[in-house]
Write a protein that binds this ligand. Structure first.
Ligand code: BGP
Length: 476
């Protein structure tokens, strides 16, 4: 049974939906330098924006100009909450500017006011893979300690401005990408290539973990600022939870599982919730010869900046093993291997609703603070029929099974505050840059080449989710 005040809704991120990448004083952010890719072709960063190449964030799905129409559709579904992010470079275009960009601030005023008009609670991610590009270029992102101060200035500015409009805040989206042995370090403002002046090698662990240390401090300072600005604010961490199983019952597989679970799922949340580095993390740093520069005040900053709730994204689970010769999962993030008991999405992400219940139980046991699922959904190719309708029963099935397990977890006394489905409407895929990898309840008429009218069309899942919200999860 879902509690009466359960927060149902959907989520997006600025760089994947807004477009208008250089409108009204905004300057480039790290994601504006990321080209389109596809399943077989990686997205790449370019230090200069090259004419004629497609950069998906530049127009995205034009939420910047169509937010009223979109929020009206969310309201029609009955959303109680809408998770979105603020593009830092709309507010402080270079990141180290002294004064904010008023036009950028006004845009989010309009968006939050529109949400409030319908009684929708906005939930704001302060950094969803976003950092002004100038900070990447001139400071190497968060590897430079000064960037903590720039982030704090930005956070204080938006928290002061929106203190009566926004209550829920998340600091860094999927912060734990920083601990994974793979790419995408937008969260740190570090680019993983060696062929130009802004790039850094991915295997420079010292740089990576130093930047992460600074991101922890930046997150903690945001929490302390929130306490000062409005004691009613609730601030959460945001973890990409990659739930893992041992492929075999060999003790070696269990130990590997524990080691990876600690590094990938637990480390960041432990620091952000408990306020200090756990023992296994100190050991990891030592074994990898990572020597962090830590200032005397850091300990207190982390201790005083613990978050109020745990939020996470959940799409899939993975298996791990020490045995050689197993097929890896197509969409795996970790070199995980296939689970013979699970189906996978068209992008190879293994679908595991029961794994969500297991994960919720684990988080509840480990932290005992409220939990929010801020991303969960199915990326699929949607084909409109002759009448332009989208019958996305596969998406409904995916969501139904996951919501069922959320209900089971709640019955088991897990304190789950809400659920924002990824994504509220179709937007650009973050991993591949594609439009064709769609997650929304609302179809957006735009293809990977940028053709289309941008028209919004309600999918079958739109009507289904409306019913789910109306019955508070009673009728799935
Ligand atoms: C998460 C990100 C989102 C989102 C989602 C789906 O990692 O927080 O920004 O895009 O995954 O991923 P993708 O778009 O690559 O399918």
């Amino acid at each position: 049974m879902f509690p009466d005040n359960f927060l149902w809704g959907g989520a997006v991120a600025a760089n994947q939906c807004e477009g208008a990448w250089e409108a009204d004083g905004k300057k480039e952010s790290i994601c504006d330098h990321l080209t389109a890719g596809s399943l077989n072709k990686n997205r790449v960063f370019t230090s200069e924006i090259r004419k004629g190449e497609s950069y998906p964030s530049h127009t995205a799905v034009d939420f910047y100009n169509r937010y009223k129409e979109d929020i009206a559709l969310f309201a029609e579904m009955g959303f109680k909450v809408f998770r979105l992010s603020i593009a830092w470079s709309r507010i402080f275009p270079d990141g180290d500017d002294e004064f904010p960009n008023e036009e950028g601030l006004q845009f989010y005023d309009r968006v939050f006011d529109e949400c409030r008009r319908y009684g929708i609670e906005p939930m704001v991610t302060l950094s969803h893979f976003e950092i002004p590009y100038h900070l990447v270029k001139a400071y190497k992102g968060f590897s430079d300690r000064r960037v903590i101060g720039f982030f704090e200035r930005y956070v204080r500015c938006v928290m002061e401005r929106y203190k009566d409009k926004v209550k829920y805040w998340l600091t860094f989206n999927e912060i734990n990408f920083a601990t994974m042995p793979m790419g995408n370090l937008e969260v740190l403002g570090i680019i993983n290539r060696e062929d130009d002046e802004v790039a850094n090698p991915i295997d420079d662990k010292n740089l990576r973990f130093q930047a992460l240390h600074h991101v922890f401090l930046a997150s903690a300072r945001a929490v302390s600022a929130a306490r000062e600005i409005n004691p009613d604010f609730k601030v959460g961490c945001m973890i990409a939870h990659i739930t893992m199983y041992p492929l075999t019952s060999r003790p070696e597989d269990m130990l590997l599982l524990q080691e990876l679970d600690h590094l990938i799922n637990d480390f960041c949340a432990d620091v952000q919730i408990k306020g200090s580095y756990p023992g296994y993390a100190l050991r990891y740093l030592e074994e990898n010869h990572i020597d962090l520069t830590v200032e005397p005040e850091d300990e207190a900053v982390l201790r005083n900046g613990c978050v109020d709730f745990y939020s996470f994204s959940y799409y899939m689970s993975n298996c791990v093993t020490t045995e050689e010769g197993h097929a890896t999962t197509l969409g795996n993030l970790l070199g995980g291997v296939k689970n013979p008991y699970l189906e996978a999405s068209q992008w190879g992400w293994q679908i595991d609703p029961k794994g969500l219940r297991y994960t919720l139980n684990k988080i509840q046991d480990r932290y005992g603070i409220p939990i929010f699922i801020v991303e969960n959904g199915l990326g699929a190719v949607d084909e409109p029929d002759d009448n332009g309708c989208i019958h996305d029963d596969y998406r409904i099935n995916y969501l139904r099974q996951h919501i069922t397990e959320m209900g089971n977890a709640i019955d088991g006394k897990v304190n789950l505050l809400g659920y924002t489905v990824w994504s509220a409407l179709d937007i650009v895929s973050s991993g591949t840059g594609e439009m064709k990898k769609r997650y929304g309840f609302i179809y957006v008429d735009k293809d990977d080449q940028g053709n289309g009218t941008m028209k919004r069309v309600r999918k079958k899942s739109f009507y289904w989710y409306k019913k789910v919200i109306k019955t508070n999860g009673g009728d799935l």
